[in-house]
Ligand binder design. Structure first.
Ligand code: GLN
Length: 250
């Protein structure tokens, strides 16, 4: 079914514009799947999704309701750094205004203050999140499970050299029971500020963690239309993906 046919069979309660940040350079270990999950769950909830992309040098789209951004190699982060700085003020304003955002790994790091890479260069962040990241020789790789006060048990996969420390301006997304998360020391994974959810977890994250997807959707809809009227998503796929993920070793 094409997206147009897919939406035609649903009576739309409204349109939600989902923007992927830098999918060309920042999109590894399946992060694109996050946008696809938002698209499908918006349809199940009875809303019309519009998926938009923003890459280096593009015009920034108008009227964005929800933002997702993925991870990348250090080299990808270097490619986007100047463009990201040029969009920093706009993204900071949107985040402070309450726009829901999900940023994974490489963009999580660059939504913070800086990422000092292992090979030397310091990539400046845009400071939406009060976090700092320093690359180390110890790469943190493998499956992760954490518990979050808001979203319950979260599962995903990490692969990063950067180790992130949280400042007082953010809360961790949750506490890790399997894997590392932000760093190899404090058992924290991810960060929360306003309606920004930041996490190291790929896999992608949202297919296995629909509670986070629905938080982003509900927040976007409430900001735009006042109230969110949920539909009846098919959570069978997510349930099976979670059962599989839970059985995996670190
Ligand atoms: N390049 C960053 C690091 O290694 C981010 C990696 C990622 O997005 N998976 O820490």
């Amino acid at each position: 079914m094409t997206p147009a046919e897919d939406t035609a069979v649903h009576a739309s309660k409204g349109t939600i514009r989902v923007l992927q940040l830098y999918p060309r350079d920042m999109n590894i270990y399946g992060d694109w799947g996050n946008a696809l999950v938002l698209r499908q769950r918006l349809l199940w909830h009875g809303y019309t999704p519009e998926l938009l992309e923003y890459n280096v040098g593009d015009d920034f789209p108008e009227d964005v309701d929800l933002i997702v951004g993925g991870g990348g190699q250090d080299s990808g982060q270097i490619v986007i750094q100047d463009d990201l700085q040029s969009r920093g003020e706009q993204l900071r304003e949107m985040a402070e205004d309450g726009t829901p955002m999900l940023v994974i790994c490489g963009l999580y790091q660059l939504f913070g203050k800086f990422f000092k890479t292992k090979s030397g260069p310091v990539i400046p962040g845009i400071g939406i999140l009060d976090v700092e990241t320093v690359g180390t020789d110890e790469r943190l790789i493998g499956n992760v499970t954490l518990t979050s006060p808001e979203f319950g048990e979260i599962m995903g996969y990490e692969n990063h050299s950067g180790q992130t420390s949280l400042g007082p301006g953010v809360e961790p997304l949750g506490t890790v029971s399997k894997g590392a998360g932000n760093n190899s020391k404090d058992n924290h994974e991810g960060a929360r500020h306003r309606n920004v959810v930041a996490s190291y977890l790929h896999g992608s994250l949202l297919p296995k963690n629909p509670a986070i997807a629905d938080f982003l959707i509900r927040t976007a809809v409430e900001r735009k239309y006042g109230t969110f009227v949920p539909g009846t998503p098919d959570d069978g796929y997510a349930r099976r993906a979670r059962e599989n993920a839970a059985r995996r070793p670190r």
